[in-house]
Design a protein around this ligand. Structure first.
Ligand code: DAH
Length: 332
């Protein structure tokens, strides 16, 4: 007789069948017995070695096992399918029931304005860049030709950070202009960039002051850049942002990092209002970033976002922007 104990195999099959509980188990069971390398395949393969008398007996027992396993697989499959169908029916979702409403938000008015302003400059070939909010004292002041005795460098006028990195004092940038320095240090002209971001000043908070607000800085460096380029650029910007008919003027002013410098005013409702500072990049700034003397010229400008948005929409208190009151935010 062969080595196979058919009685024992049958018992094992019955025991295993009783434990089948899911589709994965059933498939493993099927492969174990009926698979290409399964037990029945092994039995059939071994029949060649059996004696002519044994062969039909083995064949008969093997066939019986095959029928048994096939029967179990078919029957279990049916009952498992039935169970999952039942489970599905129980979980049925009534799509006609009213849903749970989740209100859709939108971008903050300041983000919308920053995008709009950057978009206007992008349409004129500028590329949006960013700079870090924690700056070195060098980038925030020295490199921008802001003298040591300038009041804005005072500890009471600036948020200094309490970590001295080998001889370099750090602070929360008081304007976006230090990003100009980073741009120039890391890129060779020509380039034109627009740099939005947060700036910090320890101002007492009231209707027109906030210790954090937003600025947008612009910088264009090339050869032969002229003040007329700056004027043209600023005019186009004001017309696109405030409307074609906007009345504006350039008023001579002083900034340490530009020469000549100007402030730009627009006529709004009943008077002139300052909206940005600008000028031609000071030769000392080019020297601070090691550009060859006299090789490049550039224009720069900087504007405060909150103030422009307040102007445009008639908002009379800067604190509304940061209080997160949806009754305010929803209006824009
Ligand atoms: N950084 C100046 C400020 O915070 C604004 C400014 C003025 C930026 C003139 C400029 C500029 O780039 O050319 O008040």
């Amino acid at each position: 007789m062969s080595d196979w104990n058919f009685k024992e195999i049958e018992t094992t099959i019955q025991q295993e069948a009783a434990l089948l509980a899911d589709a994965k188990g059933l498939e493993d069971f099927r492969i174990k017995y009926l698979g290409r390398k399964g037990l029945l395949a092994q039995i059939y393969a071994g029949m060649g070695q059996a004696s002519p008398e044994e062969r039909p007996l083995i064949g008969k027992s093997a066939n019986a096992l095959k029928v048994l396993v096939e029967g179990i697989v078919a029957q279990k499959k049916q009952s498992l399918d039935g169970q999952s169908r039942q489970a599905l029916t129980k979980e049925k979702i009534d799509v006609t029931l009213p849903g749970i409403h989740s209100p859709l938000g939108h971008q903050h008015i300041l983000t919308q304005m920053i995008d709009e302003i950057c978009g206007i400059f992008e349409s004129m070939g500028f590329v949006v860049q960013e700079g870090p909010e924690i700056e070195t004292e060098f980038n925030n002041f020295e490199a921008l030709n802001i003298p040591v005795d300038h009041p804005s460098r005072d500890a009471f006028d600036t948020f200094y950070v309490d970590t001295k990195v080998v001889g370099q004092k750090r602070l929360l940038r008081s304007h976006t202009s230090p990003a100009q320095i980073r741009m120039m240090q890391n890129h060779k002209p020509p380039f034109a960039v627009i740099i939005p971001g947060k700036v910090y000043r320890p101002d007492k908070v009231d209707a027109t002051h906030s210790s954090m607000f937003h600025q947008i800085e612009g910088l264009l460096v090339d050869k032969d850049v002229k003040f007329s380029d700056l004027k043209g650029l600023v005019c186009v910007f004001c017309q696109k942002f405030f409307g074609e008919k906007v009345k504006m003027r350039f008023r001579p002013h002083f900034f340490p990092f530009t020469e000549p410098s100007a402030e730009v005013d627009i006529y709004w409702k009943k008077g002139w209002l300052e909206i940005m500072g600008c000028g031609m990049v000071h030769p000392k700034v080019f020297a601070a970033v090691d550009y060859p003397k006299g090789k490049y010229t550039g224009l720069a400008f900087g504007m405060g976002i909150e103030r422009m948005v307040m102007l445009k929409y008639g908002i009379n208190d800067i604190r509304y922007f940061f209080e997160n009151d949806v009754r305010f935010l929803r209006q824009f």
